[in-house]
Design a protein around this ligand. Structure first.
Ligand code: ARG
Length: 393
């Protein structure tokens, strides 16, 4: 009998996939990754494990990957300032290669020949999973039930689940497709597919509506050590706790929402909304500290790297040589990125208001218009002449 390891979420698609794979003659082992997704009301990982077993899984692995996710995926992308098409902090995209890595690991442990996932044929996630699996173990066969099974709609899947006694929660109305982890939430489908409509408030899960808020601002101070966030308001915190806390505070002030039409890798434009308060705050603070500590040319070049880095993450190329090489570039720059930035959060905005670093390249005696001025203005004349010389006719 062939064995398959399925990336299981507990939702309708992957629950049906268990039974579907089993009926195709596979032994199904489920792998559940805890990336800080938060579960449905009254749900825990035990309940999801029960559901997988009831749907026909032979065995279930549950692994808390949050610490590894934050350290090895989130922080490198933050150091690189990786943001896709100017708005998306890549929460979903960063999670996929890590889940794929453990799918492969469990497949080896279980001596399984195949791995499987619940992605459709229209999205980026299938690419991220399969490219990563292909890099880590090209021998593994990949099965994508949603690309080839007979169900044409959610209703048909529910019908199948009922007939097959697959325990699913159909009472809960599911107007959106949601992917969530500690770094952010991606929300699509339903009314969001109408580009001319503003997203309804009920689509947002962790951020308050900025327009409902009083003008009362909140200040937060972040300390970074070599590009890694270490302290919040002077208090050292492990990364996971720091991100959770910033999600909480940022969410209170409506920070980190995005409404976006994005270009998927498979050529489709899609509308998605995002909530990522911690990511928005940390990216803003980190960039501000780089503005203070990096010289102009390094900073400008790094912006080019950031664009490419975000594309590679989005395109599922986390384990590529180019991504690794860009990490090398970024690592050199982050040597200098130590210091503190204070931000003001108010009505959905997050802006830096003060910054401080022992590596600061700011020289007040050069920039000042006051009497402490040490800048020799005579030198400017010659500089401008040489600088403009090539352009004179
Ligand atoms: N568009 C995002 C990406 O490709 C998120 C995809 C998953 N979104 C979702 N709502 N299930 O990374």
């Amino acid at each position: 009998m062939k064995k398959v390891v399925l990336a299981y979420s507990g939702g309708l698609d992957t629950s049906c996939a268990i039974k579907w794979l089993k009926d195709k003659g596979y032994e199904v082992v489920c792998f559940i990754a805890d990336l800080g997704q938060g579960l449905g009301k009254g749900e825990d990982f035990g309940a999801i494990e029960e559901r997988a077993l009831a749907a026909g899984a032979l065995k279930v692995y549950i692994k808390d990957l949050q610490a590894e996710f934050v350290k090895d995926f989130v922080v490198p992308s933050l150091k690189a300032n990786a943001v896709y098409e100017g708005k998306y902090f890549l929460a979903t995209a960063l999670g996929r290669p890590l889940i794929a890595k453990y799918l492969v690991e469990v497949a080896h442990k279980e001596k399984a020949q195949c791995v499987s996932h619940g992605c459709t044929g229209k999205g980026n996630d299938q690419v991220r999973f399969e490219v990563t699996i292909g890099i880590l173990d090209p021998e593994l066969e990949i099965i994508a039930p949603l690309r080839c099974w007979e169900f044409k709609s959610r209703e048909e899947e529910i019908e199948y689940a009922k007939k097959q006694h697959i325990p699913i929660d159909v009472t809960r109305k599911k107007p959106y497709s949601i992917d969530r982890n500690i770094w952010g939430i991606s929300i699509e489908a339903g009314v969001l597919e109408d580009l001319e409509k503003e997203p309804p408030e009920d689509a947002y899960l962790i951020t308050k509506n900025p327009s409902d808020m009083s003008g009362h601002p909140k200040y937060v101070e972040l300390y970074f050590e070599k590009g890694v966030p270490r302290k919040l308001d002077g208090k050292s915190l492990p990364l996971k706790a720091l991100i959770n806390e910033l999600n909480r505070i940022g969410g209170q002030y409506g920070v980190g929402r995005a409404d976006m039409v994005e270009n998927r890798l498979v050529g489709i434009k899609s509308r998605e909304i995002y909530e990522a308060p911690a990511a928005a705050i940390l990216h803003t603070a980190h960039k501000e500290l780089e503005a203070l500590t990096l010289d102009r040319e390094t900073l400008h070049y790094k912006e080019i790297i950031a664009l490419k880095y975000a594309e590679l993450v989005y395109y599922g190329l986390w384990y590529s040589t180019l991504k690794k090489a860009l990490d090398g570039f970024v690592a050199v720059t982050q040597e200098y990125v130590t210091g503190s930035v204070k931000l003001k959060l108010s009505r959905g905005n997050c802006v830096p208001v003060s910054r401080r670093s022992a590596n600061s390249l700011y020289k007040k005696e050069l920039s000042t218009y006051g009497k402490e001025d040490k800048f020799n203005q005579q030198l400017a004349e010659g500089f401008i002449r040489l600088w403009g010389m090539p352009y004179q006719k």
